[in-house]
Design a protein around this ligand. Structure first.
Ligand code: FAD
Length: 528
């Protein structure tokens, strides 16, 4: 450890981890004029949004789709668009709108999910004409709920109890509801209930246990804010956020793992790297696994018992198994879309339970080359097969990887006849792979599971009880998914700056011109 270097290393804010939540928080704080440093243990940015190249193919390790990248949508949405715009990097990447954003397959049913509320209602009504009003009312409720949720923090901070109850009445009414409970209220047909809930794997829990509040914001995101694929893959999105941090005067370092968060007299004072080097900052935002942050990086003696009990009771989300394929099958003629959910049962409790037991009976099939042919050479396509599986299923994933890969390929062949004879490349990622690359405990795909008990006001908030420590990413509020963690990055940045009102926050980050500024130039000369 070089003590001369320690004296020169001082930042306003250190962000641990370059997942999309961490990058968003860092970028917005850099835009607001803070001296920001992001430390990432992997060799590239993105966390679960990172990509990898094999042969001439560009794969996304996880992410297939997100919302909020365009100008369209409900008031308070579009966080990704607004972040890129504030940082002056909007023109550095293209988002491709994916419409329909999903295709659902069930026994005897194949149906597209178009990307607008009226088009979605029309589509469902063509198959279930007598349910049109129910679908319309359900989506109207979801939209109103979304609008309340986006301003909830602000209203709770400034309103009195009556104002809060009036302004957030839908949120209060439904905060404990599961998706199934609300579907039962509006939809009578069991098959239609299942179809509307098709995208539940995006949240890792079936309709009977997933939070309605979180499902509604995710679903309206796609129907109102739009569904997007990032041209060039989501690594490009992460890289653009990282570039934006540098452009706005911040710094980012790869292959640098944080081991400890330094605490003095009950306050955050910086971080200690795995190399033993200390870097000081009075504010640290952890984008890393929350339990590891609290118990390993800080230590439990620095937190109140109530907070520790809450963390101990929280349950992580399930993990995933993914198969990455390159093929010369002509998929432009296929019925499948960018993202297709293929179920053999309408009962999602059964679908979830089977996955939980390690029985592969459903998958999602993603073909990103339909949106962006540039990911593979001409005439070739990429296919990603995904299913949910719990990490605990086996103690040695390496041993069973081939077996799961085969089961998923067998299932995919039902929807893509001839696939097995046209494979140019195949590999897979298990829950252990997810954990290894991102350090998320048990390869949890979405942070804490999105139950009503762990969502909304019940989720662990961005501001920790320890002075100077904040959280951004899917372990904190509002929750998982790229759009959720972008929101968490925004919320964490707001909390650090102490700005409650969103309009004031966006006015500040938009008005600062830090693009020529470079904080802590001496830091550049240091190698870790
Ligand atoms: C297979 C898969 C597919 C998915 N598909 C989608 C999708 O299509 N759309 C969608 O919206 N969501 C999707 N999700 C969920 C979404 O990807 C995640 O919820 C989200 O990306 C998590 O972002 P995060 O900011 O919490 O950070 P994470 O992605 O969890 O990244 C955390 C980062 O912190 C770093 N880190 C950890 N510990 C340390 C340390 N000690 N020092 C330094 N760095 C550290 C890690 O290396 C990592 O880069 C998917 C998830 C998976 C697993």
């Amino acid at each position: 450890m070089n003590s001369d270097c320690i004296a020169t290393k001082s930042f306003d804010v250190i962000v641990i981890g370059s997942g999309i939540g961490g990058l968003t928080a860092a970028l917005l704080l850099a835009c607001a004029g803070k001296a920001v440093l992001v430390l990432e243990q992997h060799d590239r940015a993105g966390g679960y949004a990172h990509g990898f190249k094999r042969k001439r193919y560009t794969f996304d390790s996880g992410v297939h789709l997100t919302s909020g990248c365009g100008e369209q949508g409900y008031p308070g949405g579009q966080v990704i668009y607004r972040t890129l715009k504030a940082a002056g990097i909007l023109d550095q990447l293209d988002f491709i709108q994916v419409d329909p954003f999903s295709r659902a397959y069930y026994p005897g049913v194949a149906i597209n999910f178009p990307q607008s509320i009226p088009a979605f209602v029309k589509q469902m009504s063509e198959h279930f004409p007598e349910q049109q009003q129910g679908v319309q009312e359900l989506l109207q409720l979801c939209l109103s709920l979304c609008q309340e949720v986006t301003k909830a923090d602000e209203i709770m901070a400034v309103g009195d109890i009556v104002q809060i109850r009036d302004a957030l009445s839908i949120m209060f009414e439904y905060r404990k509801a599961t998706l199934s409970e609300v579907l039962d209220k509006f939809i009578k047909d069991e098959k239609l209930k299942a179809i509307i809930a098709t995208n539940w794997p995006y949240l890792g829990l079936p309709p009977s246990s997933v939070s309605f509040l979180y499902w509604a914001t995710m679903f309206i995101g796609y129907l109102s804010d739009g569904a997007y694929y990032c041209k060039g893959g989501f690594q490009k999105f992460a890289n653009t956020l990282a570039n934006g941090i540098t452009l706005n005067g911040g710094q980012i370092r790869y292959k640098v793992a944080v081991e400890k968060i330094i605490i003095e007299e009950g306050k955050v004072k910086g971080v200690m790297l795995e190399s033993g080097l200390n870097i000081s900052a009075e504010t640290v935002i952890s984008n890393a696994d929350m339990q590891k942050t609290v118990y390993e990086m800080v230590g439990k003696t620095h937190f109140p018992d109530r907070f520790l009990h809450k963390i101990d009771r929280m349950k992580p989300s399930i993990s995933v198994f993914t198969v990455y394929i390159a093929t010369d099958l002509d998929l432009n003629k296929s019925q499948l879309g960018h993202e297709s959910f293929c179920y053999s049962d309408f009962d999602h409790d059964i679908n979830f339970q089977k996955a939980y037991n390690g029985d592969v009976t459903w998958i999602s099939i993603t073909i990103p080359t339909l949106a962006d042919p540039g990911l593979a050479p001409d005439g070739e396509h990429l296919i990603i097969l995904t299913t949910l599986l719990p990490y605990e299923l086996c103690s040695n994933w390496q041993q069973v990887k081939q077996q799961y890969q085969k089961s998923m390929l067998d299932l995919a062949t039902n929807y893509l006849p001839g696939l097995k004879d046209h494979i140019l490349y195949i590999d897979s990622g298990s829950p252990a792979t997810m954990e290894r690359y991102t350090q998320n405990q048990k390869g949890a795909a979405y942070g804490w599971a999105a139950t009503p008990e762990q969502t909304g006001p019940n989720r662990i908030q961005n501001l920790s009880p320890l002075d100077g420590l904040y959280f951004a990413g899917h372990w904190t509020s509002p929750g998982g998914g790229v759009y959720g963690v972008s929101g968490s990055g925004m919320q964490a940045a707001q909390q650090v700056l102490g700005i409650v009102k969103q309009d004031e926050f966006w006015a500040l980050v938009n008005s600062c011109d830090n693009r020529s500024k470079t904080h802590n130039k001496s830091f550049n000369q240091t190698t870790y």
